[in-house]
Structures are given as structure tokens and as C-alpha cells.
Ligand binder design. Sequence first.
Ligand code: HEC
Ligand code: HEC
Length: 389
Amino acid sequence: MIFLKSLIAMLAVGPIMTVNGQSAADPHPADHLRAAKAGLGARLFSDASLSADGKVSCASCHLPDHGFSDRRAVSIGVNSRTGTRNAPDLATVGSYRFFSWDGRASTLEAQVLMALLDPFEHGFESASQLLEKLDLDKTYPGDFSTVFGSESRSVTIENFLSAITSYIRSLESSQDWLDRYIVDSSNEKVPEITTRGLEVFRNIAGCSDCHTITDLHAPLTDNGFHEGVARPHDPSMHLADVATQLASTSADARDRLISGDPAISDLGRFVVTLNPDDIGKFRTPSLRNVASTGPYMHDGSIESLEEAIDWELYRRGAASGRAIVLTPQDRSALIAFLKSLTNRNHEPIVNPEPREFSHMVPSTLRSQPASREHQRDAWSRSGITSRSL
Ligand code: HEC
Ligand code: HEC
């Protein structure tokens, strides 16, 4: 034990040992660990055996070749159960402070756990059901210890979420022309129609009031909640009763109501805050990669990008009391601008090849307890309560 501790202390500061005993400095150990976690996460992400019916993976609804969203208006999960919401693109999660259309998850880890326990997504009744499946797998226990260390049990829900969120974070789109252009427009060759579209988006139609673009950043979301496409709520629905019911249900039961009942789903942010001002409000989605993530809106009710833009022009104009009227040229420019936000080089930084990740982590890092401590810290900061485990 003492030997192990001194070895770790040495590894933390000095040259690290390779398998064959030669010393070699690894300039980027943290990067290797992250890549190994993301590699394992990629495999978990697309493994359909990790669901109650053995047929649904994260990639069933977050399709890698469709901007990590799906082509359906609303998603279909275990036992072909149809949910109420459109699967969002995952390459933009770095822009958000809250997750889900109503922002009810405050960390990425909490969001992923929700997907596992949602009867309309992976359908597990508890995290232990998932862990049992992983434990019985021929390779996962070994793969988890390779990445997370093997001094004790490494197939844990914390490690599972850590791997899968590392993968999701690695999907983030790299810089686009827009990021460079807003900081310094002089070096960027952009078609005139696209820069005109940016002008329309920012100044003429006021889209950037919510789909934020500042002089430094273009997250294209304000992380705020605004009126969505939801129809006015059904008058026969007694909101006071719904609010009372929601106030006394657990978070899991609330999630089931949102995924199973379109009328509850359409109440949007209200379901989280129970504030009547939040009825029908949804988190502003980032518009990165928007051309490849249709159908649109929280309920997938708008099929094409052009229709979504026309709806927003009409609705946002009506809400501000000042109709937005564009010339046909400016409308085309606005469409061209939104289409230009598709990152064509958008590829995951890790090779999602299922079993080929262990080579990415130096052998000396594989059982380094310091990284496990770090894991626990990150976990305790994530805000997930043991209740949900
Ligand atoms: C059955 C389809 C389905 C499956 C399976 C699924 N998701 Fe999702 N995902 C959705 C939908 C729909 C939403 C939006 C939920 C809402 O707003 O209530 C979502 C939201 C998310 C978000 C939040 C994105 C944002 O913009 O806020 C993340 C992250 C995410 N899913 C990751 C995952 C991961 C990781 C898995 C696998 C463990 C997974 N999802 C499995 C359909 C699915
Ligand atoms: C007041 C804030 C606000 C303004 C202004 C605004 N949007 Fe939105 N936008 C939203 C919200 C909120 C949603 C999600 C609505 C829903 O899901 O029901 C959205 C959704 C969208 C979508 C669908 C994205 C997806 O992934 O489904 C597009 C496209 C869009 N907006 C474009 C625009 C354009 C173009 C403008 C300018 C004419 C604009 N928006 C102005 C808040 C706003």
C-alpha cells in the first residue's frame, strides 16, 4: 500500500513508467484519461442492450448522422412507447445551463440518469438494474476498471455517467465561421447572402434577442424560457389541480407525466416552477446545426426549417406587438444564414469503435486513485441526489 502511494506520488510529478519499464513523460495524462472515458462512453451510448427491452440505445434517438437528434417529431423508446418531445441535438449541450426543453435537469449527469429511468426512453426501474446488466457483460467490468481503476468496484452509476457525459461533451461542434466572424470580420470570406442573413437575424428580425449573439460569443441561446409553439392549454384541464398534483409528486413521477401526457408536456417550464407565468414556455434552443435537426420545436410539430423560420417571424413579431415583415430577399438571406450554421466537419473527436479504447490511456494512469477522487468531487458537484440512484 505504501509502495502504491509512493508510486502514485511519483507518477503525479515525475516521469511515468510505461509497461516495459522505460520511463517516458506523458505530457497530457488528463487528455488521455478523458479520451479513454469518452471512448467507453461512445460504446455505452450506442449499446441497445442497456435498456429494459434490450432494443433502445441513446443513439436510437440521438442519431450521430442527424446532428445527434432523430428524424421523428417525438421519440420512441422501450416497448415502442411514444413520448411527447422532440429529441434535441447533443452537439450543442455545451451552450446550456439547464437541460431538457423545460430545463428540469440542472446537470448533464442528471439529464442522462433521467433518460435511463424514463419509461418512455431506456425504461429501467432503478440504476441497479442497469448495473446488473453491465456486471453480466463479458467485457464491461474489465473495461470500466481499465478506465476508472480497479482497487474496488468500478462498474458504478457515477462511472457510467462520467463516461457517457465525457463522450457527449466531446461531440461539441468545433468553431464555425460565425465564431471567428463576430470577433474579426475582416479575415472571413463569407457569401454576401449569409452576412445579410446575419444582419436580418440580429438587427431586423431581432432573433438574437433570445438566440444570443454577442460581440464575443454566439451560443444562439439565452438559456431563458420563452413562449413556445404549444397550443393554449385545454380549458377543461384544471390548472390549479394539476399544480397541486405536481407539487406533491416525486421528480420521477413528474418525469413520467411529462413523457407520457402531451398536455402536461406542453405546460413547459410551468411543470418545473409551478409559476403560472411559465405556462407554455420552453428553453430557447441553440440554432447550431439547425438545418440537420428537424422536425422542429419541443413537440416536433414543425416539419421544415423554412416553416420554423416563418413561424418564428410571425410569432415573435406578434408577441412584441410589432409585426416582422421581410422582403423575399431578406427571408432567403435569413434561411441561408441559419443553414450556414451547420458544421460540416462535425465529427466526434473520439473513435466510436466499440472495444478499441484501452490503448488510449497510458497503463500507468489506469488505476490512479487520484482520478477517482476527482470523479467523486465532480459527482458531488453534479447535484444528483442519492434518492434518484
Ligand atoms: C427514446 C428516445 C431517447 C433516448 C433513448 C434517449 N434520449 Fe436523450 N432526449 C430525448 C428527448 C425527447 C429529450 C428531450 C427531453 C425533454 O425535453 O423532456 C432528450 C434530451 C436529452 C439531453 C438534453 C439535451 C438538451 O438540449 O437539453 C441529453 C444530454 C440527452 N438527451 C442525452 C441522452 C443520453 C446520453 C441517452 C442514453 C443514456 C439518451 N439521451 C437517451 C430522447 C431520447
Ligand atoms: C422571445 C425569444 C425568441 C425569439 C425573439 C426568437 N426565438 Fe426562436 N425559439 C425560441 C424558443 C423558446 C423556441 C422553442 C419553442 C418550442 O419548442 O416550442 C425557439 C425555436 C426556434 C427554432 C426551432 C429550433 C429547434 O431546434 O427546434 C428556430 C428555427 C427558431 N427558433 C428560429 C428563430 C428565428 C429565425 C427568430 C427570429 C425571427 C427567432 N427564432 C426568434 C425563442 C425565441
